[in-house]
Write a protein that binds this ligand. Structure first.
Ligand code: GLV
Ligand code: MN
Ligand code: MN
Ligand code: MN
Length: 422
């Protein structure tokens, strides 16, 4: 029997492609800044190494490839008209600290396999096809996420140059060290007219598909997300000699704030808040903490409900710090709007997923952030989620099966073909 998506494919081609995606995820997992886990951040030596490996894979798949002015890696295959806009397929290659193998990575490698399998068929398309590997979606190094995709969306904010990593290196200096020119970052921007849409496959990072026993789901929208750096300041003093009525313990104030985040978010619909990092200064066993620094990740299906939580939290911080003789301040380091996925792209992804034989293709809201949040400002966005066992992600146990990757490849390829024949 001929293949229903690509009649010329030999039997087993999808399974082989899925197996290649899995093997390549393993291969990239070995490129890490640590020996005890996976970590690949923006503008690091690992970024350069992985871009080099993926560039070779892009060439092997017959793509013309380049690195853009923000460090994203691209591959391109022409459609009928070499000047036609591109349908972009991809995801990201950077990771969080102590990451799994698939968040972002599987979407880049799936895009590459789809374009390889489509092969010469692309030459008849009314659009070209691009594969993109973004850096950095996670914002693990500078706090601000979606840096590479923001550059592509033409939304690079010059205030970001002064963001610093943990070692005090500025984003500007990291650019230069990596071999990029900060003065040219605007060249990474892709004008709206050069884009025919953006499709991304990604593991779900939540348990809905696994609970429903469904391999694939189609994303309806992505949550509005903000990140803050909070600082609570008190007074560092002797841990023995300072009586309670003379203490201004910054950590105790911060601790109350952390619990308030949970209480306020739980009281809102579809808002989650996370304090993922908490440091105290001077950080000594026998000194009352004089300063506490916290990160806060706050997201909501609706920006209004997220911002209501922030407003209430600010009020509580005033009270907590007032009561304890402390002060507090906040810096917003990341802001991404909610993005509603395009109805046509949702339809073609759904049809593609149904074509794999899956009966109940779920519609899913994504509380997790994705590069489509930045791309949504310049083109239509569609996302396909792959089942992720137990929904565990941002963790070494992150997983996806070869069978689900195969289904994802078929669905994505079918979606691209639908669009080409619109
Ligand atoms: C990225 O994975 C994010 O949702 O923060
Ligand atoms: Mn072209
Ligand atoms: Mn992630
Ligand atoms: Mn991701």
């Amino acid at each position: 029997p001929t293949d229903p998506v690509l009649p010329d494919l030999p039997p087993g081609a999808w399974r082989d492609a899925a197996a290649r995606v899995m093997a390549r995820c393993d291969r990239l997992a070995a490129v890490s800044s640590r020996t005890d886990g996976i970590e690949r951040v923006y503008l690091s030596p690992e970024h350069a190494r992985v871009n080099g490996v993926v560039a070779r894979w892009m060439q092997d798949a017959g793509l013309r490839t380049w690195q853009d002015a923000a460090g994203n890696r691209w591959g391109h295959r022409d459609g009928r008209d070499p000047d036609a806009p591109s349908l972009v397929l991809g995801s990201h290659l950077d990771t969080v600290r102590d990451a799994g193998r698939y968040d972002g990575i599987v979407g880049v490698l799936a895009a590459l396999e789809v374009v390889r399998l489509l092969g010469r068929v692309v030459g008849g398309f009314p659009f070209g096809v691009d594969v993109v590997a973004f850096w950095d979606e996670e914002g693990a190094r500078f706090g601000k996420a979606l840096l590479g995709s923001s550059a592509v969306a033409g939304a690079w904010d010059p205030t970001w140059w002064d963001l610093r990593d943990e070692d005090g290196t500025s984003l500007r200096d990291a650019f230069t060290t990596f071999g990029l020119d900060p003065a040219r970052v605007a060249e990474a921007a892709r004008p709206r007219a050069s884009l025919a849409g953006y499709l991304e496959a990604h593991i779900e990072q939540g348990p809905q598909l696994d609970r429903a026993g469904a391999p694939l789901g189609v994303v309806t929208s992505i949550a509005a997300a903000r990140r803050y750096r909070l600082t609570v300041v008190g007074e560092a003093r002797h841990a023995g000699g300072t009586p309670y009525d003379a203490r201004h313990d910054a950590l105790l104030g911060a601790s109350e704030a952390v619990l308030a985040v949970e209480r306020l978010c739980r009281a809102e619909h579809h808002v989650v808040g996370t304090v993922g990092r908490l440091e105290t200064f001077p950080g000594a066993v026998n000194v009352v903490p004089g300063e506490a620094r916290l990160t806060l990740d706050l997201r909501g299906e609706l920006a209004e409900s997220r911002d209501r939580v922030w407003g209430l939290l600010a009020g509580e911080l005033d009270q907590i710090t007032g009561r304890r003789g402390l002060t507090w301040s906040a810096e917003q380091v990341h802001d991404a709007p909610a993005v509603v996925c395009d109805p046509l792209l949702r339809d073609v992804l759904r049809a593609g997923a149904e074509g794999t034989g899956q009966r109940d293709v779920l519609d899913l809201f994504s509380p997790a952030g994705h590069d489509g949040m930045a791309l949504g400002a310049v083109t239509d966005v569609g996302m396909l989620f792959l089942r992720n066992a137990d929904g565990i992600s941002h963790h070494p146990d992150e997983s996806v099966t070869v069978a689900d990757v195969e289904a994802g490849l078929r669905a994505l390829a079918a979606a691209v073909l639908h669009l080409a024949h619109e």
